[in-house]
Design a protein around this ligand. Structure first.
Ligand code: PAF
Length: 283
C-alpha cells in the first residue's frame, strides 16, 4: 500500500529508517499527469531497488510560460491510484510552501553554462535553472540510491547528471527509454492538450527525427536539420522550434556526419499551441 507524505520532515524520518535497515531507495520525480512513460520509471525502480519513492509536485520555478503552469493537468487522485497499483511504496506530495518555505526565488548556485543555453534552454529562459533547483531540493530530501528519469527529456537528464556531479552525491541516474504511442508520438502529459486533428498531425515530430536518423549518412548536418524542420513546418498546425544533431554527452553540435558515435537528434515543435519535444539516439 502506497504511503503518502505531505510533510518533508516525516518523509525524511521514514526514509532514514528504511536506509538504516539497508534498503535501496529508488526515486522517480514527477509533476503528475502520469502516463506510461512515468510508469516505466516506476517499473525500473521496482526492478532495481527495494523501495520505490515518487513525487508529484508541479514545480512553479521551471515554468517559463505561466500559461503552461495554469493549464498543467491536475490528475492527482487518479495518479495516486495508478502509482499504488504499480507498486510505488512512497509518494511525496508536498505543497509549494512546504518545498519553498522561503519563497520560490532562484536558489541554485551551480553554473550549468552551455547545457542550459542551447536547445530547450535557448527557448525557455530560466526553465533548467528551475529544474535544477527542484531536483536539487528533492535529492536533498530523498537522498535516493538511484534516480529514474525519462530519456524524452534528454537535456534534463544531462542537466541532472551534471547536478549530481556538482553536488558530489552518490545517487546514480538511470535514464529510461522513451515510451511511444503506437504511431510513434512520444508520450507526454502535454499530449492531453492536443485536439483530435492536432493529435493526428503531432506524429510529424517523431517522423522528422526518424527521417534524420535514417538519412544521417546521406546529407550534411545543416541540411538534415533544415529538411526536418521543413517537414514539420509543412504539416498543418505544426511549427518547428529546433531540430539539432548533438553529441549525447556534451550536447555540443556535431561537426559532420563522419562522426558515428554518441550522436542524438533533439527536436521541439508547436502543434497548435502545445509545445512538444522529442529526441532520437542516432548512435
Ligand atoms: O520531468 C519532470 O516531470 C520535471 O521536470 C521534474 C524532473 C519532475 C522536476 O520538476
Amino acid at each position: 500500500m502506497i504511503q503518502i507524505f505531505t510533510k518533508t520532515n516525516e518523509l525524511k524520518k521514514h526514509l532514514t529508517q528504511l536506509k538504516n535497515g539497508g534498503k535501496i531507495i529508488g526515486f522517480a520525480p514527477t509533476m503528475g499527469a502520469l502516463h506510461n512513460g512515468h510508469l516505466s520509471l516506476i517499473a525500473q525502480s521496482n526492478n532495481q531497488c527495494d523501495i520505490t519513492a515518487s513525487s508529484i509536485f508541479v514545480n512553479p520555478t521551471q515554468f517559463d510560460n505561466k500559461e503552461d503552469l495554469v493549464k498543467y493537468p491536475d490528475t492527482t487522485r487518479k495518479d495516486i491510484t495508478i502509482l499504488d497499483a504499480k507498486g510505488t511504496d512512497i509518494l511525496y506530495l508536498p505543497t509549494v510552501e512546504e518545498v519553498y518555505p522561503d519563497g520560490t526565488k532562484p536558489t541554485i548556485d551551480f553554473d550549468f553554462g552551455y547545457l542550459t543555453t542551447i536547445a530547450e534552454g535557448a527557448y525557455r529562459a530560466g526553465h533548467f535553472e528551475g529544474v535544477a533547483q527542484i531536483v536539487s531540493i528533492l535529492l536533498d530530501i530523498v537522498t535516493p540510491h538511484k534516480i529514474f528519469m525519462g530519456q524524452k527529456d534528454f537535456q534534463q537528464c544531462a542537466l541532472v547528471h551534471q547536478l549530481i556531479r556538482f553536488k558530489q552525491i552518490d545517487t546514480e541516474i538511470v535514464v529510461c527509454p522513451i515510451i511511444r504511442e503506437a504511431d510513434g508520438l512520444a508520450m507526454s502529459s502535454r499530449n492531453m492538450r492536443l485536439g483530435d486533428q492536432e493529435r493526428e498531425k503531432a506524429i510529424i515530430l517523431s517522423q522528422a527525427l526518424q527521417w534524420v536518423k535514417k538519412n544521417y549518412a546521406n546529407a550534411n548536418i545543416a541540411d538534415l536539420e533544415e529538411q526536418a524542420k521543413t517537414m514539420i513546418n509543412e504539416t498543418e498546425f505544426c511549427k518547428a522550434d529546433y531540430i539539432e544533431i548533438r553529441d549525447r554527452t556534451t550536447l555540443k553540435p556535431i561537426a559532420d556526419n563522419s562522426i558515428k558515435d554518441n550522436v542524438v537528434v533533439l527536436g521541439a515543435a508547436y502543434v497548435g499551441t502545445v509545445r512538444l519535444i522529442d529526441n532520437m539516439i542516432i548512435f
